[in-house]
Write a protein that binds this ligand. Structure first.
Ligand SMILES: [Zn+2]
Length: 439
């Protein structure tokens, strides 16, 4: 009964198609979706661009996977969509690169009545949601992914090692209670690898008109355009923002001197801090994971070779080395000003060497910091040392103080309490900018 009002929804996830030499999974997604539309398929909602754990050992450049969903009305349609998608992935992926191991996942939900309802209203299995969170906060294996796919009845297709099925599943299942949008514009293939021709002035204008509904358009401190990638990938620029309308409007303001082949708008977990685990015990924090934790600075930050700044943070359970690396540029000037006993909340991930890479900090309490000065004379003038062990003398009135002690004067700190973050150029895809926190 009522068969004509029931549809199947097919979720498609794709990952690990690119390499350091080029390509981009978002581009393959855009091509696939455009072809599906050309063949009359109905796509529902915005496709998703989901960033996974930035510390996963095997990962694509930005460790981002994509997914989208479409309406399927028959077995034949399902096969047709599947063939079209797989042909496209096979043709465009950088399969010749050892570390490119694409994976595609097809997950069908049968008997959906109203496909216009947003994704959250169609029940994605909680197992799949948990798997996604795990892929964003921890590390998951290809085997775990295969097991999950079997349990929930998703069809997986692996190219070579098929590592991409991890991200493909995660991109389908990721809950998006907080979300941002990214509009990506793509170059025509003859321009791949060449210098991008963006009219920079138009980007400044666009930023002026749309910030903070769009963000990370410019790196003001470093004085460059942040929407432009610096890899040989097909992306001409990417505009990030709070809504699809905001990024579309911004895109219409950006001018280029080269043609745009196509655009795509993705909804994303970028800039939501979804990768961060709340921790209240430093000793239990692990490598390759990212955390928010509180602690006390135990030494004065020092600079090491390469221009990185390092300090230690401790709580009752233990301590960890924290770093503001050279690419974080001006953020290091804040870190340099931290003092022993300052209390902080830190946000960042722990790399291979066990050091926490800072993404942002909140200075909760600043230790009082004193500078010793010579005592004041009764005439009001600051006294001079009379020589080693000889006390102080006043050069104005000649008064001498044999057993005078230095005054301790509270030094005004160069930084205030509050939040500080790395510049857009050094920001991780998942890291939430302060402008989003303030909202
Ligand atoms: Zn005096």
């Amino acid at each position: 009964m009522c068969n004509e009002t029931m549809y199947d929804l097919l979720y498609v996830g794709i990952d690990d198609t690119d390499s350091s030499e080029g390509m981009c999974t978002t581009y393959i997604g855009a091509v696939v979706m455009d072809e599906l539309k050309d063949y009359g398929f109905k796509l529902i909602g915005y496709p998703r661009l989901i960033r996974l754990n930035p510390f996963a050992r095997f990962k694509t450049r930005g460790n981002g996977a994509i997914s989208f969903k479409l309406v399927i009305k028959s077995k034949e349609e399902y096969e047709r969509a599947k063939n079209l998608i797989l042909n496209c992935v096979e043709e465009l992926s950088h399969l010749q690169e050892e570390n490119t191991n694409p994976g595609v996942v097809f997950y069908k939900i049968n008997g959906v009545k109203d496909y216009n309802k947003e994704i959250s209203e169609v029940k994605i299995q909680s197992q799949l949601e948990n798997f996604s969170l795990n892929a964003i906060m921890n590390i998951v294996s290809i085997e775990e992914s295969e097991k999950l796919a079997q349990e929930i009845g998703a069809e997986i297709v692996k190219f070579k090692k098929g590592r991409g099925i991890i991200g493909a599943l995660a991109a389908i299942g990721c809950p998006l209670s907080d979300k941002t949008y990214e509009l990506l514009s793509y170059r025509t293939p003859e321009n791949y690898g060449k210098k991008r021709k963006i009219k920079y002035h138009s980007v400044h204008e666009m930023n002026k008109k749309t910030y903070p509904q769009t963000f990370d358009n410019l790196d003001e401190e470093e004085g460059y355009i942040a929407i432009e990638p610096h890899t040989p990938c097909p992306i001409l620029y990417g505009i990030r923002g709070e809504t699809a309308n905001a990024v579309l409007e911004a895109h219409n303001m950006v001018k280029t001197y080269e043609p745009i082949e196509r655009i795509a708008v993705y909804v994303s977990n970028q800039h939501t801090d979804m990768h961060l685990i709340n921790s209240n015990t430093i000793s239990q924090m692990e490598k390759y994971k990212s955390y928010i934790t509180n602690g006390t600075v135990t030494d004065s930050p020092h600079i090491i070779e390469g221009g990185h700044i390092i300090f230690s943070l401790e709580d009752d359970s233990g301590s960890i080395e924290c770093a503001a690396y050279e690419p974080t540029k001006g953020f290091r000037n804040v870190i340099k000003e931290l003092k022993k006993d300052d209390k902080l909340k830190v946000y960042g991930g722990i790399g291979e060497k066990g050091t926490l890479n800072l993404e942002k900090i909140e200075i909760l309490e600043q230790t009082k910091f004193y500078k010793a000065r010579n005592p004041l004379c009764k005439c009001g003038k600051r006294m001079k040392s009379a020589g080693q062990g000889k006390g102080y003398k006043c050069i104005k009135c000649g008064f001498k103080l044999r057993d005078g002690v230095k005054d301790l004067i509270e030094v005004e700190r160069n930084i205030k309490k509050g939040f500080y973050e790395v510049p857009p150029s050094a920001r991780r895809h998942l890291s939430k900018p302060l402008i989003r926190i303030k909202k």
